[in-house]
Design a protein around this ligand. Sequence first.
Ligand code: C2O
Ligand code: CU
Length: 470
Amino acid sequence: MKPTVSRRDVLAGSAALATVPLLGSHVHSAAIPAQELKVDANAVQWPLVGGSGPMTEVWCYGNRVPGPELRVKQGQPIRVIVRNDLPEETTVHWHGIRLPNAMDGVPGLTQKPIKPGETFTYEFTPPDAGTFWYHPHSDSLRQLGRGMAGALIVEELQPISVDRELVWMIADWRLTREAQIAPGFGSMMDAAMAGRLGNTVTINGAISNEMPVKAGERIRLRLINSALARMMALRFEGHRPVVVALDGQPCEPHVSERLLLGPAMRADLIIDMQGEPGNRYRIVDDFYPDLSYWLTELVYEAAPALRTQRLDTPALPRNPLTEPDLTSAERQELTLQGGMMSSGGMMGGMMGMGGMGNSAPWAINGTSMTGDGHAGMTPLMTLKLGRSYVFTIRNETAWWHPMHLHGHSFRVLTRNRTPVAHHQWMDTVPIAPKETAEIAFVAENPGDWMLHCHVADHQVSGMMTVLRVG
Ligand code: C2O
Ligand code: CU
């Protein structure tokens, strides 16, 4: 496996990279009053590594990395005109939004791909408040891996009051020594193992060394893992972040000691800055054993605390999701198959593909749908509109798979038969090697919906299927 390199290794590669701009200059995305928005996909030079380091040639939306932050109020319609200035086809998927099938952005399945020079208008009204994001669903590995992603924030009508709100789009890049995006997208090694892990993790389009905070302030931090493949487990040294939503959907507020955030997952945290004025506290990602690194550091101003009293953390208002009826739910099984047996290299061998004459490394229920979506994909099954379903998803492989269902949110009922607290609503459930998860939802949105692993290499090489509703 390509070793994960921390920011320090990248920085050590060139003295010129030693000074990196403060995170502060990248934290506030240009929030555009939504209604009508232009999202262009252009080749752009972007200061990912910062300082006087080389610029990185990226593909992105609206000439920036990440793309423009789109913000609407819950229930407010949004209209986005996408003009494709890439040398290839694209589409935009609004990850986690429950929207009409024709707006879902899956090429061939829900719309014609947007050809170079063409435009397409997406129009929908997000029913749920929360932290969502947008990304291409065409040549996903390259387009997302080269920088095409942005935040879509749907504000509650009554948000939790905080001193500041931050949105962190976290991305993981595989860069060369010259800070260019490394070639080799879609290699068999990446595809059959952990996916294209990078060597440079950025927050809002830049390596981050510090994040200035004031003692006593309350921050709402919206985290979005937009990585192609990197699973993250975040620890906030000296702090007690309270999780108030996962994948945009409110949860029972609870303190997280180590926040698991797989590709495409989001978390909304309320963090009271309880550190000492003048001190520094790291945010560490130690998901991969032996490859832990720090994402950034909370750096306290010297000024005394803004407030010293403890604040309660109220729950966010619920979204209008339909409760699945578990007693009458129809049961279905999905088995995730394939991949290398372990990280022991090619010696490990492929598993579970049972001589189907199938060259794709992954499959769901014995079938490998590959690519990003195309015309003529045969649904694995047809779900009845309005009916409740419980899906048992069995991961027979040796790898993690963050499984995403389009057009719906689902409750996670159990993991390895152990009930999940409060049956959290999610749209992307990270399933550990050999783990079985049960999810429940109402098939309430008619159309053909993708269900796939959000490790982009896994998706495009077989861990994808289509569910038809109605
Ligand atoms: Cu963000 Cu098909 O996914
Ligand atoms: Cu996967």
